[in-house]
Design a protein around this ligand. Structure first.
Ligand code: FES
Length: 113
């Protein structure tokens, strides 16, 4: 049992709304969330960088690492952890795709490093 079945997923976008890099910015409750595609799989992380609020959806990507466009802190979209700045992390959300509808868990989670 992985606990995913207990999460409440809400629709946030359609696959066709992703940009050419497989990204979109959506709203989950009060928070902006960046959808980021890596190797065909979607991940969801908080949009605002925890350093000074840089828009993570606009950053460069190297595999699962997303680099903030302002000062290049990196975050692993799978875990939210930052390999360049230990101690910094972003909230991550579970994502699922039903048909062409992208759904994100209504509550974020932080994983242990
Ligand atoms: S605002 Fe993201 S690294 Fe500074």
């Amino acid at each position: 049992m992985n606990g995913q079945g207990d999460e409440h997923f809400i629709p946030v976008a359609r696959l066709g709304e992703l940009d050419e890099r497989g990204r979109a910015v959506v709203r989950v409750g009060e928070e902006e969330v960046a959808l980021v595609r890596v190797d065909g799989r979607l991940h969801a992380v908080q949009q605002a960088c925890p350093h000074r609020g840089g828009p993570l959806s606009e950053g460069d990507q190297d595999g699962c690492l997303l680099y903030c466009p302002l000062h290049a802190w990196a975050f692993d979209v799978r875990t939210g952890a930052s390999p360049t700045n230990p101690g910094a992390r972003v909230r991550i959300y579970a994502v699922r795709v039903i048909g062409d509808e992208i759904q994100v868990a209504a509550s974020s989670r932080l994983r242990a490093p």
